[in-house]
Design a protein around this ligand. Sequence first.
Ligand code: GDP
Ligand code: ZN
Length: 291
Amino acid sequence: MTASTGQIIRSHGRRFIVEADGRTYDCTTRGKRVDFACGDFVDILIQNQEQAVIERSRERSSLLYRQDDWKAKVIAANVSRILFVIAAVPSPNEELLGRCLIAAEAGDIEPVIVVNKCDLPETPALLAKLQLYVKLGYQLVTLSAKQDFSPLLPLLQGHTSVLVGQSGMGKSTLTNALLPDANARIGDISIALDSGRHTTTHAALYHLDESSHLIDSPGLQEFGLKHLQAADLIHYFPEMRQYIGQCRFHNCTHRVEPNCAIMAAAETGAISRHRLDLLQRLTQDLAPVRL
Ligand code: GDP
Ligand code: ZN
């Protein structure tokens, strides 16, 4: 058996497709280990021309988790750019955007807000609402996936990107525009397991050019935040970082305590009420359960 190193370009539950030395291998893992994800660089042991075993993953620059009711599941590794797709129609959910920005900040990944369907007359009102995020320093690009998606291209250069957003915002339309040659788009791929059952693909990595890649994960609405600690949340709100250490209580939850610097800043308008609400909801969601 020969050893090599490659990258996971598809994950299907416990099976992974790894690209190495210009070939693809259908890989299993040792024992019950399944904590690998699309985008991971892995050391493999090649068994034959088609099959290999994943030995270990190399250090990851980032990890993204899928939203799950009770635990964080890794969905993609080594992503350097999150594209949050939003449009004026259907009615956009701003909470989802806020949560996605938290996941990006926590993962040290640069987010871009992609305002799609700019051909619709409702778009200026959405753009006005999103100015809040531009003021916070987030990048925003406006385009129409149907008419002209070229404004997105420079933002993809040199990055491994992932598209996320509410259903109906145009993620599939954008993906199809970016990957016109991918005749087997991921929604259509399923592989047979040894048991005879089929499993669907969770994520696939496509090469846009030599240095730019797109990880497609159909149905990805938002990233899980369950791996985060409530006490760390404030670090992921850029406008709140300056108040760290200024609350009266060092373990302030910024919800009910007197002399809370964050709530005081929201009173004066220095922090938007909307963002404080998000912080408070997430703090409650992530608070450790006390028995
Ligand atoms: P997804 O659920 O996020 O993958 O969204 P889809 O790509 O399936 O798009 C949802 C709907 O929006 C479809 O009917 C698309 O044709 C439409 N759509 C996508 N991009 C645009 C756009 O730029 N302008 C307009 N007007 N409609 C779009
Ligand atoms: Zn506080």
